[in-house]
Design a protein around this ligand. Structure first.
Ligand SMILES: Cc1cc2nc3c(=O)[nH]c(=O)nc-3n(C[C@H](O)[C@H](O)[C@H](O)COP(=O)(O)O)c2cc1C
Length: 327
């Protein structure tokens, strides 16, 4: 697949996720093989007002490229201005969110609300494509509800508007994140457009990545929730695609990667905020490790990096000693 200057074969991409895909997490996923990473969505209103949190999200690093900045909003003039500001921050692409299902986004005629008005989605896309000098991509869903699946028309329309790629979260808006993603739409979309089609929804394991490519002919696959606390999924997927097998993730690697990720967060944000915001990641990193609950309960209470590091490394030792005792 080619988007602008970026060419990726069987790409495995990190999905945009609010409060998750900040710069440190994107860098960790990149280290494990994510081919393209996305910022969390950024409010176009916030960007245009120079709101601090929105501006912070524009911060990119060379070692995470290719990276896309995702924006959302409902007002064309504001979206165009926000897209220009996003492009000035130097991403490889600008992505437009037409898929967010949450109420406070949809009531502002943003995100998935545009699935009710594909001509307006096309108009917004064209205005942004015309205004910025970066490839513009779109991420959306199949339709508003299962009775109004519009993705085939939407795909044609956003291609006509000049979009460089389309990511499809294979659910409808009214499904939120529930129910099964329906990948069967991807081959049908591929029949109606030439731009790359990126499959998203329920890709959880390296085996899923392989199956998604084999069953649908998608140009790339995007992983969201399964990457939280589990950047290893990218390495596994890449290895599985090329060799049919992948390395296990050793407990110490899980723990050391978790600490590396936290250290990057500490460089990126004030300590207290970094430590508090990181608490959502322990569950993923410690998942599957024997008797992890007491370690998890401890680290989510700690307020200093050193205390967290000591506890996590002691847990890694405990696991290794238990293994040695068994063998
Ligand atoms: C915590 C969270 C935050 C999300 N934030 C965004 C976002 O900012 N922009 C977006 O396009 N999608 C967002 N999504 C949706 C994901 O990008 C993805 O489409 C969805 O989770 C389905 O993929 P998955 O089954 O691999 O998780 C978010 C999802 C989650 C779970």
């Amino acid at each position: 697949m080619k988007i602008g200057h970026v060419e990726v074969d069987h790409g495995v991409l990190l999905a945009p996720m609010e409060d998750v895909t900040d710069l440190p997490f994107r860098q960790v996923c990149k280290r494990y093989g994510a081919d393209i990473v996305y910022t969390e969505f950024i409010s176009s209103d916030g960007l245009v007002r120079d709101a601090r949190r929105s501006m912070e999200k524009l911060q990119l690093a060379e070692n995470e490229r290719p990276v896309s900045i995702q924006i959302f909003g409902g007002d064309q003039d504001v979206m165009v201005e926000a897209a220009k500001r996003a492009a000035e921050a130097g991403p490889d692409f600008v992505d437009i969110n037409f898929g967010c299902w949450v109420k406070n986004v949809v009531v502002r005629n943003a995100g998935a609300a545009l699935l009710k008005d594909p001509p307006q989605m096309q108009k917004l896309t064209r205005a942004i494509v015309d205004a910025v000098d970066k490839p513009v991509t779109v991420k959306t869903r199949l339709g508003w509800s299962k009775d109004s699946i519009v993705i085939l028309d939407v795909a044609r329309m956003i291609q006509d508007a000049g979009a460089a790629a389309l990511t499809v979260h294979c659910r409808t808006r009214d499904m939120g994140h529930d129910g099964d993603a329906d990948w069967s739409w991807v081959p049908r979309i591929k029949q109606v457009v030439d731009i790359p089609v990126i499959l998203n929804g329920d890709v959880r394991t390296p085996e899923d990545v392989q199956r998604a490519f084999a069953e649908t002919g998608a140009d790339a696959v995007m992983i969201g929730r399964a990457a939280i606390g589990n950047p290893f999924v990218f390495r596994g997927a890449k290895q599985f695609l090329s060799t049919g097998t992948y390395d296990p993730i050793l407990p110490r690697e899980r723990i050391e990667t978790c600490l590396d990720h936290l250290k990057l967060e500490l460089k990126h944000k004030p300590e207290r905020r970094a430590i508090h915001e990181f608490r959502k990641h322990y569950g993923g990193y410690l998942k599957g490790l024997r008797n992890n609950s007491s370690c998890r309960q401890d680290v989510v209470r700690y307020e200093s990096y050193n205390a967290i590091e000591d506890r996590m490394l002691a847990f890694a030792d405990e696991l290794e000693n238990a293994d040695t005792a068994v063998t």
